[in-house]
Ligand binder design. Sequence first.
Ligand code: M6R
Length: 603
Amino acid sequence: MCGIVGYVGKKRAIDKLVLGLKTLEYRGYDSAGVAVMQDNHVIVVKDKGRINNLEAILDYDALNGNVGIAHTRWATHGIPSLKNAHPHEDQNKHFTVVHNGIIENYMELKDFLIKEGFKFESQTDTEVIPVLMEYYYQKDKDVVKAFKHTLDDLKGSYAILVITPLISNTILVAKKNSPLVIGEGSDGIYIASDIPAIIKYTKDFYFLSDGEKAIIDDKIRFYDEHFEEIKKQSKTINWEMDAIDKNGFKDYMLKEIYEQPASLKNTLNGIIVNNKPVQFVGFSLNKKYLESLKQIYIVACGTAMHAGLVGKYAMEKMLRIPVNVEVASEFRYRDPIVDKNTLCIFISQSGETADTIAALKLAKEKGAKTIAISNVFESSITREADHTIYTHAGPEIAVASTKAYISQVGIIVAFAIYLCDTLFGSNKDTNYLKEELLHLPDLMEEVIKNEDNYHELAKKMINVHDLFYIGRGCDYYIAMEGSLKLKEISYIHSEAYPAGELKHGPIALIDKGTFVLGIITDSKIADKTLSNLEEVKSRGANIVLITNQNIREEQVISIPDINPILSPILAIIPLQFIAYYVAKEKDLDVDKPRNLAKSVTVE
Ligand code: M6R
């Protein structure tokens, strides 16, 4: 979704802004713009399309100011266009604004301002911010008061940066339900919607809470929701630069697939120790509380929800407690049956997914204990939840989630073992699972080594219109994730089905040559899925089998055998490679697929 960068310092702002925007490209966007304070007036340059388009029209020599703001827009209100691109200004050019989030009452405010004689240029909700600031400024000629009154009037979510020639060395900052970080570097102060945009300059970050503001010139002053000055402590984020570089890989997605064994090691580090009870930093759940649980909910979106399904499989097997997995956008609006005897787990790589955060707030209101599983330190979800478990997968840049999924699966299985150890004490089964988890990174390396085979297979799929992924039990959950990977980056339609369900309708779609990818990793149900594959084969389907069993098929991808609870971590790797290579063969941008954003901060 939209990205924000801001800079106040000793250096030329434009260089910092463009570099920051480029680092945020992965978030997904359709237009880009910058505003630089230049000799007491603001120069705004923006364009539709990629940042390269913007760069091509920037006159760097004319832009040597030291204060600036920048934005990449992912359209919500108004089509992607030059007029709708940020930054936005009021007609007197007193206030220049970039904004992430949605101003829900913008129509009401816009109507009011139009009646007051103000003019608008764009279809966006954002434009009401500078215009409203100008309205208040005209009343008592006080910039900070105008900022405060404007924020008081806004309903919705926002991360806002404002520059104004009225106090030309300053950026005004506000945050509510939209991510924003401030970093203090050696040559200036940086503001961004995401840490990667500015990690090059500093490792010390301030995280604003919802309702907080900052006024930044050569120092940072923080304010609470009532605009009272407050002190804040910075936090150190030890990400290395190469975590956000491609490091010689063609794409981030490929790099992140390769990083998966290391990510999983990091995830499990200190949590899973052979023959020791599982432990999490900063919290524990006692046996009495766990015994009071009637059910568990796992709520998330997209890939994170698929990881949640593996959690359900593991928890129900080990604990015999009902576990419901639900898409956050459904959970939040359907009055789910949740109370103090429900444990609710929310999984989100970014920690900023609007639906997941809203679902968490709802579960809290209903009295449930909430646990967030997130990859991003201090992300919004981590502030809302009663407890947080970080996945420590390292920054994931490609829109298609790979290493974050592996880490989510790793952590949710570790959590299932934790619940089991706490309720029943460590036993030989959970200890064996711990051993297997620790051995997984080595097995993943083995699977990754067969990259060329996956590539060859992908070449056969590039002209396909429809594909099916089928499996039973946990294999069905792997099918869902494999199918999502293919759809989102190759734009080929694919469906995941429980293998036994095909004959209840979808089998009508099977025709000569239709690709069906079958996943079989559980010996107990292998024969059943195999029969379903035979059914589609006899109707002309082209079968590809991903399995750890000894099964003869024309096109087989063999993966190491492991407990079915952990098999998603191995079986997903060939499917990630297949999606990647289909998209590459089609010459598509795998890291930034069309219409998608890395973190989905709108509902
Ligand atoms: O940041 P989150 O984990 O909350 O994101 C949830 C989904 O938007 C995300 O997993 C999405 O489905 C990915 N693009 C899948 O690759």
